[in-house]
Ligand binder design. Structure first.
Ligand SMILES: Nc1ncnc2c1ncn2[C@@H]1O[C@H](COP(=O)(O)OP(=O)(O)OP(=O)(O)O)[C@@H](O)[C@H]1O
Length: 780
């Protein structure tokens, strides 16, 4: 029961739960029904939406179908097109591939060839490599070899300049030995206002080459090459020009004669080179101031070994007249020119000689000279020199140790410029001057031409200029010419003719220059000769005495023979240089004393032996006899005196005719020949104190003797007797003439005498004469 009850309770409970379940289920069913309704509703909506969608989709599908169909058609078309293209491409491909194949085969064959070539190249390169190695080896060997050689060459190159210098020196020496006239060319710069674009100067070489060309003509033919010792360009300074000239100038102090002259067209810079534009600035000084400045400087340096004295002359040649431009007021006096080649170059002995001791003295003198010089304005040069100006510097040096004397002279010549009168537009007086200038320059050209061609006759006498320059052009001087060039194209013709002239000048060989040095040895020898002659004379005298005692029957013409004895060719005293032994012993004071004592001896001799039959050598007697005959023929003793004079003044030479001098305003100037004459002249005028006193018994005729020479003669009288002083190398012997005998003032008049003509055939050296000696030969 219980169990039933329990069962029953359980069943009841189950029923209750089932009922609950039924209620729950019912609720659930209702909820589900609601849900189903809702879902149905939703389904209906969805169905409707789906239907709509389907419709839409159908429509879309239809559209898409249409679209796709059209696209398909397009695609088909495209496919067709593509297929066509593919076919075309295939075709192209085929042809291209065909081409490529061809190319490939070509390249292949090319590559094969190249490969073959490469192999060949390889082989070659190997051999070349070997060759290179071999060459390299050789190259290094050669390099070593050339290195060694190069070292030698480098060593030689080091010496190259030395050798070059040496060569230049040797060349100059050769030139010097040949005595070629040196030619330096100087080109003037363009002046303000000139057109520098039209220059005739094309090229200036280092070694003196100069090429000029006509700027107004084209073509090679217009170019001309000239070669000189040196060419100074437009930029060359006065200092540079002088430095190249200095060695030449310095040689004056070693006893050489030097001549420097400037040649060129008017306005080309001759005065600029020789004097400079102004003396106020040292930088502008020309060659002449610098030369003298340098000479003084050198003389100072050498004063312990050589004592120098310097004298200056300055003359101008104006319209064929030589004028002293340093004399006070005397510049209008015409001066004579020594008309022969003189070793010491004193060409115008009558020109005043001024002793100078410093550059200041020189500046002062040259200022005076340049102020006195004739200048004028032409169309080509505002201050054109209308004359040739010659500045002569005479130097005498005495060696302190040896007493030897040297003499040098320097001529600085500023020529007047050549000019084409049509260009210089001159008239009247200027035209006359220009004609004289051109004439004298053309005479200079003729002289140069004759010298260059070594003609036997050189026409020095055709102008005063060539006479003055004779010793420098034809003597033993060192000569330098500055050829001045105007670079202006308009002056091309003048430039070429100037340069041609200069080229000719540079071809002139003067022979080696000689130094005017009297060595001690020469002096000693001369002294010995002199003393030997004294001994012989004494012996002669003794013999004559013996003869006289033996025989009183023969009479010898007194004056004639005595003088002939004195002056005969055998007499060495005529040429004696330096004091005689007697003079040194104090017997006679110097050479003039010597001359006087000779004369005394001679007079004594002649009086002692006037009536004796002299037993001298037959030659001498014959000579005397000849001369005696001549004297008789010429008119007795008077004529013999003329002969004496002839001999004394050096007219005894056969060639004396050639040496005829000019007549100056004041007196004649002598033709003469040897160095001594000039030296004497220079010494008597410039260095009078060196000359020994001479007893002059009579004053020379004043109208015949230049004022300066009178002074010299007076100075000679008053010089103290000092046996050590040097003596002019050539001193004429004094001869007494019977009172009332006429004087032969001019060598011209003497030369025309018959006796002189006969004597000139002797052709032997004659006693030189100089201005200083003129008083001695002129007696009343
Ligand atoms: N090297 C130079 N440098 C500067 N100026 C110069 C030079 N050479 C010449 N001159 C000038 O040229 C002009 C002419 O020169 P200079 O008078 O020296 O000529 P010249 O040849 O002597 O003439 P002339 O024959 O007519 O006397 C002057 O004014 C001068 O100053």
């Amino acid at each position: 029961m219980e169990r039933t009850k329990l069962e029953k309770s359980r069943i009841e409970e189950r029923e209750k739960s089932e009922e609950k379940d039924v209620v729950r289920l019912k609720k659930e069913k209702e909820r589900s029904d609601a849900e189903i309704r809702k879902l149905k509703q939703e389904l209906k909506v969805v169905k409707e939406a789906h239907a709509n969608q389907c419709l839409e989709l159908e429509a879309k599908a239809q559209n898409s179908t249409v679209e796709l169909e059209s696209k398909l058609k397009d695609a088909e078309l495209q496919v067709a097109e593509s297929t066509r293209k593919v076919k075309e491409l295939e075709k192209l491909y085929l042809s291209k591939s065909q081409k490529w194949e061809n190319r490939e085969s070509t390249y292949q064959s090319f590559i094969d060839n190249q490969f073959g070539a490469l192999q060949a190249l390889n082989a070659t390169s190997v051999s070349i490599k070997q060759e290179v190695l071999r060459t390299q080896k050789k190259y290094f060997e050669d390099l070593n070899y050339y290195g060694l050689k190069l070292k030698g060459v480098a060593d030689a190159a080091k010496n190259y300049h030395v050798v070059l210098e040496e060569n230049r020196r040797l060349y100059n020496e050769v030139q010097e030995l040949k005595g070629n006239i040196r030619v330096y060319c100087r080109i003037r710069p363009f002046l303000p206002g000139q057109n520098s674009g039209q220059t005739s100067i094309e090229y200036i070489g280092e070694n003196g080459e100069l090429v000029v060309a006509n700027p107004f003509k084209q073509g090679k033919d217009t170019h001309r090459l000239f070669k000189f010792n040196k060419v100074f360009g437009q930029a060359a300074t006065q200092e540079e020009v002088f430095l190249d000239t200095r060695p030449l100038i310095r040689s004056i102090l070693d006893g050489y004669n030097v001549c420097i002259f400037a040649y060129g067209q008017t306005g080309s810079g001759k005065t600029y080179t020789m004097s400079g534009p102004s003396i106020t600035s040292k930088e502008h000084w020309g060659v002449n101031y610098r030369a003298l400045n340098d000479l003084f400087h050198l003389t100072q340096l050498r004063q312990n070994t050589v004592v120098y004295e310097v004298g200056v002359q300055m003359v101008e040649i104006y319209n064929e007249q030589v004028r002293d431009i340093l004399s006070d007021g005397g510049s209008n006096r015409r001066l004579g020119v020594w008309n022969t080649a003189l070793p010491n170059g004193l060409a115008v002995p009558d020109a005043s000689m001024h002793s100078v001791r410093s550059t200041e003295d020189v500046l002062e003198l040259m200022n005076i000279g340049l102020m006195n010089r004739t200048v004028g304005a032409t169309a080509l040069n505002e201050r054109s020199s209308r004359s040739h100006c010659v500045l002569s510097v005479h130097v005498r040096g005495v060696d302190v140790e040896t007493d030897s004397v040297l003499r040098g002279s320097l001529h600085l010549v500023d020529l007047a410029g050549s000019e084409r009168v049509d260009r210089s537009e001159v008239t009247g007086e200027r035209l006359k001057e220009a004609q004289h200038i051109n004439k004298s320059l053309s005479a200079l050209g003729d002289v140069i031409f004759a010298l260059a061609h070594k003609n036997p006759h050189v026409p020095y006498r055709n102008s005063k200029l060539t006479q003055v320059l004779q010793s420098s052009l034809g003597g033993q001087a060192k000569t330098l010419m500055f050829v001045q060039v105007n670079p202006d194209g308009d002056s091309y013709a003048e430039t070429v003719s100037t340069l041609k002239f200069a080229e000719r000048v540079s071809g002139v060989e003067l022979g080696a220059a000689k130094s005017n040095k009297e060595g001690r040895d020469v002096r000693h020898l001369m002294e010995q000769v002199s003393s030997l002659k004294d001994v012989i004379a004494k012996k002669d005298e003794e013999l004559q005495n013996v003869q006289k005692q033996k025989s009183n029957s023969t009479t010898v013409p007194k004056r004639g023979l005595s003088n002939l004895r004195l002056l005969g060719p055998s007499s060495p005293r005529r040429h004696s240089i330096g004091p005689s032994p007697n003079a040194r012993r104090g017997k006679a004071p110097g050479s003039f004393g010597r001359a006087a004592s000779d004369f005394d001896n001679c007079s004594e001799y002649s009086s002692k032996h006037s009536d004796s039959g002299s037993p001298r050598s037959s030659d001498e007697l014959k000579h005397r006899k000849d001369l005696h005959q001549l004297s008789k023929f010429a008119g007795g003793s008077k004529e013999i005196d003329i002969e004496d004079d002839i001999e004394l003044i050096g007219l005894g030479d056969a060639d004396s005719e050639d040496r005829l001098s000019d007549i100056s305003d004041s007196c004649l100037s002598m033709g003469t020949e040897t160095d001594g004459s000039i030296c004497s002249a220079v010494e008597l005028t410039l260095f009078p104190e060196t000359v020994k006193p001479l007893e002059i018994t009579e004053e020379p005729e004043p109208h015949l003797v230049p004022e300066k020479l009178e002074k010299s003669a007076k100075m000679v009288k008053t010089v103290p007797k000092d046996n050590r002083t040097s003596i002019p190398s050539k001193i004429p012997k004094q001869i007494l003439k019977p009172p009332g005998q006429t004087t032969r003032p001019s060598r011209l008049s003497i030369a025309t005498s018959s006796s002189s003509k006969t004597l000139t055939s002797a052709k032997r050296p004659t006693i030189s004469t100089s201005t200083s000696m003129k008083p001695l030969n002129r007696r009343r």
